[in-house]
Design a protein around this ligand. Structure first.
Ligand SMILES: [Zn+2]
Length: 735
């Protein structure tokens, strides 16, 4: 429940007109206007009785006004009580009865009746005095509200306590005498105390209320889908972390919980208030704020590539140092594996494989895919984002992330609910989002399953805490500069989203998705009841293909271990395994040969699993079973090695701009160039712009110090294989 003051500074909110509170209506009619349903706006007998009373007392003690006349009086803004005014009100009352139904007149009364101070209308009054909706009030409570508008100036729960109770009990007695309530109820009701003081208005989802007012400006009452219990629990959890977050300079947060099957938003915490006088930008609704997403979009790239048949879950993706333009992505806090399986690259959130995958898939295509998933904030050009798009180079809103992840999970519900791809904030909401769902069940299922895998470095200190029995697909994200910490979790029942950071944009060294957002995410899951274990396998959208055990690519005739893999049921566009190759050896099986140095009948053909040089260099460090190629026999070296690529430049890549850093004294520093070679003890000769620079053996690294402008680097190994590389040098400005 959340309430906000209206523009005229009065606590006034529209009635829920679908159902009128029965006890309250009865109490009002008995107290104010017993013949309400019989007269045509004016009760002549009541008017005559009132005039008689007023003349006898020589002052106005009774107005004899019907409910309709009181509505007319509210229309004239409660002007002074004069005879002329009375006549105007009678005219207006007749007119209202002519154009409106009795129910509509009652509703107008309920919405506009004064309840003292700035409380207007029965809905506001009910919350103000009893902290409950008028539908839930007892007879005694309804009777107290019914007598209030008659003398709003005297509503003071402390000062006029006795008078209020006396008038209330008088009305309760009338209700009893009219057989509206029985004796037992009457006796209980007159014993009920009247409240001691007005209650503070509830304020549990202020950011949701603001959001809904903006979205539906003509609505005044919102029946939200919020689950009050979840909303409160999540808020309490947030407060539990507040001290720890505060000392780490993390002041703002957002939490959303959505029910998968219905799309209903069950929790909406746009921000939270810290205890104490801390300026915390509480007004900022972080759920609707555009923030850098870090790695939080990676699962969508994985899903998109599965959907288009361009990726299989076990395919090896290069994980080597790369540089694209000026951009050299690095894995978060770790080295390189040479090659990793696509699903593991996702669950370990490796940056280099993600960049490589985006390079294959295409930036514009991925942007279009995200737009189809409902993201509206990725609206710059593809050049603007570049490949950093996949590492948080774009801004996203928590609400749209929730929408997209909920859609992915919703696809897998059985039977799919009749609704649509839109989150529901309101009960009976029928808005649908105009998106073209770009995923099928197969890719959604495979993606969520990859997100369950728990392959995390052991030094991530919270990891062991997340060992929950519930099956949860999840992903964290940390933006550049530690400004945003994200965690999204998906179970078969709920999608939970957490964002932590500062509305001011300030970063904090402690602010990472895994350390800050994930613990909160799993705490939230621990209080959510579990109804379904996990999504059923969507057989109709999956197929089995034969893949190479080692590479994860569709199997080629050369692949030695072939396995059946479950993949998305789409045409597979990926080519067959490129890494299993025939290699020719001499009859000792120790040396490589070719037809120029060995008779064909003496050659032995053997299949090897061979990665490109740079991948191999890093892959070997992590896979001791990887078999490198045997060396060429001495008499075959010159003819054989040159025929294939054994040398690769690790850094820099061709045609890049290199910014040379400066030393402390302002002079330009040097850059370390690196080359990898398949055969470790081969010598490489380095030439810059045609001038010999030096030679390297085993470890092929050379610091290069040169002027600004374009340069050409030529590399030659001892067998004559050459590589040429062009680059442009810029100096960093003096600091
Ligand atoms: Zn293979």
């Amino acid at each position: 429940m959340d309430i906000q003051v209206s523009q005229d500074e009065q606590w006034r909110f529209k009635m829920d007109t679908t159902l009128l509170p029965e006890k309250l209506i009865t109490a009002i009619i008995v107290y104010e206007d017993r013949h309400f349903f019989l007269h045509h706006g004016v009760d002549i007998m009541a008017l005559l009785r009132a005039s008689e009373l007023n003349i006898k007392n020589k002052r106005i003690v009774s107005g004899g006004s019907t409910v309709t006349m009181q509505v007319a009086r509210m229309y004239y803004n409660n002007s002074k009580r004069t005879y002329l005014q009375k006549i105007k009100e009678i005219g207006m009352a007749w007119y209202l009865e002519f154009i409106m139904s009795k129910d509509d007149i009652l509703k107008l009364y309920l919405e506009n009746a004064p309840f003292g101070g700035n409380v207007v209308g029965i809905e506001a009054a009910s919350w103000r005095y009893f902290a409950r909706s008028p539908h839930t009030l007892s007879w005694a409570e309804s009777a107290l509200l019914a007598i209030m508008p008659n003398n709003p100036a005297n509503i003071n729960l402390q000062k006029n306590r006795i008078l209020l109770k006396k008038n209330r009990n008088k009305l309760l007695k009338q209700l009893y005498q009219l057989h509206i309530m029985d004796k037992e109820m009457y006796e209980m009701s007159i014993e009920e105390e009247i409240p001691d003081s007005p209650k503070p208005f509830p304020h549990e989802a202020p950011h949701l209320l603001q959001y809904l007012i903006k979205k539906y400006p003509s609505h005044h009452i919102f029946h939200s889908t919020i689950n009050e219990h979840f909303q409160r629990q999540a808020y309490l959890l947030l407060q539990r972390y507040q001290h720890e977050n505060y000392i780490n300079h993390i002041r703002n947060a957002g939490i959303m919980i959505v029910e998968v099957r219905t799309g209903n938003v069950l929790t909406y915490i746009g921000n939270y208030k810290m205890k104490g006088n801390i300026s915390d930008a509480f007004d900022v609704n972080t759920i609707e704020s555009k923030r850098s997403g870090g790695s939080i979009l990676k699962p969508f790239l994985y899903a998109a590539m599965l959907e288009y048949g361009e990726l299989l879950p076990n395919m090896l993706i290069p994980d080597v140092p790369i540089q694209i333009g000026n951009y050299a992505p690095k894995n978060f806090n770790r080295g390189y594996d040479g090659a990793v399986r696509a699903h593991a690259a996702l669950s370990r959130s490796l940056n280099v494989p993600a960049v490589k995958m985006l390079q294959w898939f295409g930036i514009q295509r991925f942007m279009d895919f995200l737009k189809n998933m409902g993201f509206t904030t990725i609206n710059q050009s593809q050049d603007y984002y570049g490949l950093s798009l996949i590492l948080g180079g774009c801004e996203v809103k928590l609400s749209e992330l929730m929408q997209a992840y909920t859609n992915m999970a919703w696809l897998l519900c059985e039977p799919p609910s009749a609704s649509h791809f839109s989150l529901h904030y309101l009960k009976h909401q029928n808005d649908s989002l105009n998106i073209n769902m770009p995923l099928n069940k197969g890719s959604a299922w495979l993606t969520l399953n990859a997100m369950i895998e728990v392959e995390r470095p052991s030094n991530e200190r919270y990891w062991f805490l997340f060992n929950t029995k519930k099956k949860i697909a999840w992903k964290t994200g940390t933006s550049f500069g530690f400004r945003d910490a994200w965690a999204i979790g998906i179970s078969a029942d709920y999608v939970v989203g957490v964002w932590l950071g500062n509305a001011t944009g300030e970063g904090s060294a402690e602010l990472t998705g895994i350390n800050k957002a994930a613990p909160l995410l799993f705490d939230i899951f621990s209080f959510l009841p579990e109804k379904n274990k996990w999504f059923n396998m969507p057989y109709t959208d999956l197929q089995v293909v034969k893949t190479c055990q080692q590479s994860g690519y569709p199997a080629s005739p050369l692949c030695t271990d072939i396995t059946n893999e479950i993949v998305c049921k789409v045409p597979i566009k990926q080519h067959t395994c490129p890494y299993h190759k025939y290699i020719f050896l001499d009859n000792t099986m120790k040396y490589r040969v070719n037809s120029d140095c060995e008779a064909v009948q003496n050659m032995v053909r053997k299949i090897y699993f061979i990665l490109p040089p740079t991948m191999e260099k890093y892959y070997c460090m992590h896979h001791s079973s990887y078999q490198t190629l045997p060396p060429f026999r001495n008499d075959c070296i010159t003819t054989s090695i040159v025929s294939q690529t054994n040398m690769e430049v690790v850094y820099p890549q061709n045609y890049t701009n290199l910014v040379i850093p400066r030393n402390l004294d302002g002079s330009p520093s040097s850059i370390l160039f690196e080359v990898s070679h398949r055969y470790s003890d081969v010598t490489i000769y380095w030439y810059l712009d045609g001038t010999f620079l030096g030679q390297t053996k085993q470890r092929h690294q050379l610091p290069i110090n040169t002027n600004t402008g374009k340069h050409t680097l030529t590399l030659q190994d001892e067998f004559g294989e050459t590589k040429t590389l062009e680059f442009n040098v810029l100096y960093a400005p003096p600091s």
